[in-house]
Each structure stands twice: as structure tokens, then as C-alpha cells.
Design a protein around this ligand. Structure first.
Ligand SMILES: [Zn+2]
Length: 152
């Protein structure tokens, strides 16, 4: 885990009682309960993601508004130029939207941690599973409900 000092500081800022929480979160049959260290690692990853994504979103937002501002100046542009700046705008807009989604999911995961519902499937209320959360820390559904959702 890089940036350890920074990450542990931001976890502390959240005032999550990870020691208590670790023993309370649901796990699947056959899984050991979370240890505070494991939970701290996941929480630190999520909080540093929030910081990184917030910065990325601000940069992408700024990039997009610059593109939009400059798009009015293109009176002399030939077709190829205006075509590529439209593509550029579309790309920048996609980036902003994706980053905003990911940021919202990450904040949601941390919110669930703060409420003590982290690791509980939002569909069926059973455990999402520690192994799955360590691979996908933003997961809100157990693997069965995720597959069901993807088949819809
Ligand atoms: Zn489920």
C-alpha cells in the first residue's frame, strides 16, 4: 500500500471505529471475520481513491470547460479540426462522467462502512464476502445478485 502516512491520516479523519467494526461486518460461510488490519487496508484504499478521484474530477471538469470555451473560437477551422475537437469534447465528457460515477461509488462504500453495513448485499441482505470485497472494494451486491443483475 503506497502513501501509507497519507492514507492512515484520512482513515482517522473519517473517525471510523474499524477495530469494533471489523468484528461486526458480515462474512460468508467459511470466511474468517475481518481483522482490523484488513479492514483498515480496504478503508485506506477507498479514502485515497476519493482523494485521487476528486482531483481527477476537478482536472477533467476544467479540461471540459476549457474545451467548451475554446469551441466558439473555431470560425477559421476546417472540417477536420472541428471534427477532432468534437471528439475531444466527447472524450472529456465521458471521462468526467466515469470519474464522477466511480467517486460516488467509492463514497458510497465508505458511507456503508461508517454505517456498519459494509459487506452486506443491498439486494438480499446476505454477506457479499470478504474475498470479493478485497478484489472489488466498491461491491454492493453478492456475486449471485450481481450475476442476476447482469442477466437482466
Ligand atoms: Zn445478494
Amino acid at each position: 500500500m503506497p502513501d501509507n502516512a497519507l492514507s492512515s491520516a484520512t482513515v482517522t479523519d473519517l473517525e471510523l471505529d474499524l477495530d469494533r467494526l471489523a468484528g461486526e461486518l458480515l462474512v460468508r460461510d467459511g470466511e474468517e471475520p475481518w481483522t482490523p488490519e484488513e479492514l483498515r487496508a480496504v478503508a485506506a484504499g477507498l479514502t485515497s481513491d476519493v482523494e485521487r478521484l476528486t482531483e481527477e474530477l476537478a482536472a477533467a471538469d476544467q479540461g471540459l470547460s476549457e474545451l467548451l470555451r475554446n469551441s466558439g473560437d473555431g470560425a477559421g477551422d476546417d472540417q477536420a479540426d472541428s471534427g477532432s475537437s468534437a471528439l475531444e469534447r466527447e472524450h472529456e465528457l465521458t471521462l468526467v462522467n466515469n470519474t464522477r460515477d466511480l467517486l460516488a461509488q467509492t463514497q458510497h462504500a465508505l458511507g456503508r462502512m461508517a454505517r456498519g453495513t459494509y459487506g452486506t448485499c443491498e439486494q438480499c441482505g446476505r454477506a457479499i464476502g470478504k474475498a470479493r470485497l478485497e478484489a472489488f472494494p466498491r461491491a454492493t451486491l453478492c456475486v449471485e445478485d450481481k450475476q442476476r443483475e447482469e442477466r437482466r
